[in-house]
Design a protein around this ligand. Structure first.
Ligand SMILES: [Zn+2]
Length: 922
């Protein structure tokens, strides 16, 4: 077990493979595999895998007579040969997860033949069938389900792969690298051989065999090499690949421009599969994508899906350097490739769309879900110290917080120096498997900046909390900010040194940004460092001690501070803003993120006031506060238009985000303990009140934008149009809260007239959530019509499932149960499970947490059902229950009971065991 404690709640005899792996135990491999030749014979049921490995002792290994211990799981071993000599059963040692060979020469050729049954592989790790197509997923430890191998990322090998299969059923046979040969056999089968010249770990291996159509384009690199770009999909999806191709070309151009990185093979392939546990996988030269992250067509995918495709295609492409050319030494270093690559794709998406809104989306995810993870039982540093099941560590912490840590380094070094650092990192480590420390060293060496204290971000879990206080000395015109940092100590992490936190700040008055200079720094080791006599409108305060004080001069009156601009560090920040301060920031701040943040804080103050009983939302003071907010929002909406047409100098996407109230998951994260009934009541009252107050301006805005978009004609997935649709549809969703027949008719009209999925699904969602009886009939009609129209499109059916699972109206659970038994659902397809069960349990929080515990029962039963079939999926669905300690009764007890029920079920997988164990015992 992870922390060495024994558990009374979860007994270890119910679980499999529950031993923890520790970073401190890392040892270099005793053997290396220089080349790997694989031969797949894909049969109707059983497939045969022959591997020929050139193995040699690792010169840096300290144990001279070490055994070779290969990983293997669910394999049927047929034969083993060493240098042409067959081994007898007594020459090796085989158990459930390893194959051990002893008394080996310094270098030898090892041939292993195994049989596997991909059709029975519902875990979707290793080689499996997705809708009749063979495909693989090997990260993190799936390759050991294909053949016995040193399945660890620091063993890098050159792969050659031959695939033989029936020619009519599997006309397309793909693997990594370049095609080097093909032929037909007399029995109706054919073969294709692939060679990847770049050394890679087994987790980047991929194979695909199926009946697929090809969409092809090309890209010419900056050095003039032509690369073929190929997307393989089912025939019906050929018209949905244009956006992915364009996104790929844009990403290739961007990586050349921003990081100087060029693509290195002649061929870049993407395959779309419907059964996939992840979003996509960056296998060298052969990315395998969940259909939901590659297919995009205006009539079937919404704007959000278009943007997701753009972001995920870019992310996987960027991995070719940050992940593949330079890879991770071990899985504790996962954030080395993921944090860096998420940072890269976030910058790319910001350049392609509204940069502010991209930042808001990322921060929202971080603040609602990653902060919760970091204060819950699964909390871990971005470089964890131990794990039971590595699949459980593909977390928001590794990805999103990991990206924030890279972003802080980028801020600290500046873009140009950061680029010098990344160049040094790629040059120094090309072809190697390295650590997070190697990355930080490259940044240090390129910049000359000492990152010693900064490294704490890699080692410590938990979200730092900043308490900020200010004072104003009228006689001297000196404004003072005092900042105190703390971080809740997590088990095992101990009391720690303070973090290094870059904090972007500005100061505002009624006239907007003020010029100031920093005149004094109290309590710092280096008192002169930040004394800056030059006047500026923004500064980056470098917080490196528990308590620090800055003094600002050049101000005529007490300013309102704009703190943590651009969300310059992944921290919680408390400052006692008045409602008037927040309205000033919302109106006058020049940092889009800070404006949005002010709107969120304003709403949170109202919700907190209501829940605590200090100031009810429907009291006269509450109404006055909403009225003042309403006036600012109304002004924002009106000032965007010139003669009835939206002026794109105003970021409509930002205003849409400002209008959107804080989501349940964010609100829940702000409370401890969480009384979901009280929160629900406050959120409902607030959204109703805002909708009522703004009804006229929302309606006018909606109608103007609808007219403007209609005049544009055909759908375009461009940032400007996406922004207009986003603003229009948030207006519609507010209007539905007023729930009169005029508004319901508008939504129904939008549903029937829509020429794109964004508008169609937004209207359907508005109708489904509307409380009016007029809308109820329209909602029923629309749901039926929608299904009739799209029942042949799996991804659209998933949206239909999610819209119903997320219905705010009572009765959502019985509808979910009905849908689970319908033809629209398939409980072995992860996308469908996430759409329906995940939609209900993670996104419909007011219903999921209902007082009778029925939501928890549903989730527990689903986790128990999925545990043996797809443990990764089961473990991820569990996340909402891990927060049980923060809730008040009855939720607290009911969630705990659901976890206990899971813990008492038979044969818990390591994935589920680890999450349940930590949740109950931490
Ligand atoms: Zn990734």
């Amino acid at each position: 077990m992870a922390d060495g404690k024994t558990s009374s709640a979860v007994s270890s005899d119910k679980s499999v493979a529950t031993k923890a792996t520790y970073l401190k135990d890392y040892r270099a491999p005793d053997f290396l595999i220089d080349s790997t030749q694989l031969d797949f014979d894909l049969g109707r049921n059983i497939s045969r895998v022959s591997s020929v490995l050139s193995v040699r002792k690792n010169p840096v290994s300290d144990s001279a007579d070490a055994s070779l211990v290969l990983n293997g799981e669910d394999l049927n071993l047929i034969s083993i040969d060493i240098d042409g000599r067959s081994l007898a059963d007594t020459d090796y040692c085989l158990d459930g997860s390893t194959l051990q060979l002893s008394n080996l020469p310094d270098a030898f050729e090892l041939c292993i033949v195994t049989q596997i049954d991909p059709a029975k592989n519902l875990k979707l790790e290793g080689l499996y069938l997705s809708d009749g197509m063979y495909c693989t997923q090997c990260e993190a430890e799936g390759f050991r389900r294909i053949t016995y191998y040193l399945d660890r990322p620091d063993v890098m090998s050159v792969f050659t792969t031959k695939i033989t299969a029936d020619a009519s059923r599997y006309p397309v046979l793909l693997s990594n690298g370049n095609e080097v040969g093909r032929g037909r056999l007399t029995d109706g089968r054919h073969w294709v051989e692939w060679h990847d010249p770049f050394k890679k770990p087994a987790y980047l291996f991929a194979l695909v065999a199926g009946d697929l159509e090809l969409v092809e384009d090309s890209f010419t690199t900056q050095s003039g090499r032509k690369v073929a770009l190929r997307i393989y999909v089912e025939e019906k999806d050929v018209d949905k690949c244009g956006h992915a191709i364009q996104s790929l070309q844009a990403a290739m151009t961007w990586d050349e421009k921003v990081y100087g990185r060029e693509y290195d093979l002649d061929l870049y392939m993407i395959v779309a599969v419907d059964f996939f546990n992840m979003g996509a996988m960056e296998n060298k030269g052969l990315n395998i994508f969940n259909t939901s992250c590659v297919l995009a067509h205006p009539s079937t995918q919404s704007d959000i899906a278009f943007q997701r495709v753009e972001g995920v295609v870019a992310h996987e492409y960027f991995h070719n350097w940050s992940g593949n050319r330079v890879t991770c030494r071990d899985w504790f270093q996962l954030s080395l490739k993921e944090g860096f690559t998420v940072f890269r794709d976030a910058c790319f998406s910001a350049d392609m769309n509204s940069a502010t809104v991209k930042r808001i989306e990322d921060v929202s995810l971080l603040r609602s879900a990653q902060f919760a993870e970091d204060s819950g039982p699964m909390s871990h540093p971005i470089r964890p110290e131990s794990y039971i099941e590595i699949s459980n560590f593909y977390t928001l912490t590794i990805y999103e917080k990991g990206a924030e840590v890279i972003r802080m380094m980028h801020q600290l070094l500046g873009a140009e120096t950061f680029r010098l650092g990344s160049d040094l990192y790629f040059d120094r480590h090309d072809g190697q498997a390295v650590t997070c420390e190697d990355f930080v060293c490259a940044m240090e060496d390129a910049s000359g900046i000492d990152l010693t204290q900064f490294r704490l971000w890699y080692a410590k879990s938990g979200t730092p909390n900043l308490e900020v206080a200010d004072s104003w000395d009228k006689s001297n015109g000196i404004y003072t900010l005092t900042i105190n940092q703390s971080c809740r100590s997590m088990p095992g992490s101990g009391e720690s040194e303070p973090f290094f936190i870059p904090l972007r700040v500005a100061l505002l008055s009624d006239q907007g940004l003020e010029h100031f200079s920093i005149v004094g720094l109290v309590g710092s080791r280096d008192k002169n460092k930040e004394t800056n006599k030059e006047m500026s409108t923004e500064a980056v305060l470098e917080l490196c001690e528990r308590n620090q004080t800055w003094q600002f001069s050049g101000l005529k009156s007490k300013p309102v501070p704009s703190l943590l601009r651009g969300f310059s560090a992944p921290v919680k920040l408390n400052f006692d803003y008045s409602l008037t301060d927040l309205l000033l920031l919302l109106r006058e701040d020049t940092d889009g993120f800070a404006r949005w943040d002010a709107s969120q804080r304003y709403a949170m103050k109202l919700i907190e006031g209501h829940v605590s009983g200090r100031q009810l939302i429907d009291s006269s003071a509450g109404k006055a506060a909403i009225s003042e907010l309403g006036m600012v929002l109304e002004q924002l909406l009106q000032s965007g238009f010139d003669n009835g047409v939206w002026n794109h100098d105003y970021d409509a996407a930002l205003i849409a985000e400002i209008l959107r109230l804080p989501g349940y998951s964010y609100v829940i994260e702000q409370f401890d303990p969480v009384d979901i009934t009280a929160l629900h009541a406050a959120i409902e009252l607030l959204s109703q009140a805002v909708a009522k107050q703004l009804k006229d301006v929302l309606l006018a805005t909606y109608q103007r934008l609808q007219k403007q978009l209609s005049a544009l004609g055909a759908y375009r997935p461009q940032a400007e149009d996406i922004a207009l649709r986003s603003l229009k549809n948030i207006c519609l969703s507010y209007l539905m809260r007023v729930a009169d027949s005029q508004v319901a008719t508008l939504a129904y009209q939008q549903f029937t007239d829509a020429n794109n999925m964004t508008d169609q699904s937004a209207a359907l969602s508005a109708l489904v959530n509307c409380q009016s009886s007029v809308a109820e009939l329209m909602a029923m009609k629309s749901l039926n019509a929608f299904y009739q129209q799209w029942s042949h499109e799996s991804l659209v059916v998933n949206q239909w499932l999610t819209i119903q699972a997320c219905s705010e109206k009572s009765g959502a659970l019985s509808r979910v149960k009905e849908l689970m038994n319908s033809e629209a659902y398939d409980n072995t397809n992860p996308n469908k499970v996430r759409a329906l069960i995940g939609g209900y349990c993670a996104r419909n929080l007011s219903q999921f947490h209902s007082n009778d515990g029925s939501g928890y029962e549903l989730l527990a039963d689903e986790v128990i059902r999925l545990n043996p079939l797809n443990p990764q999926l089961a473990s991820r669905l569990l996340a909402p229950l891990t927060q049980w300690r923060r809730f008040v009764v009855p939720q607290k007890t009911l969630m705990q009971n659901a976890l206990l029920k899971i813990s008492h079920s038979e044969n818990l997988s390591a994935d589920v065991y680890e999450v349940v164990l930590k949740s109950l015992n931490t």
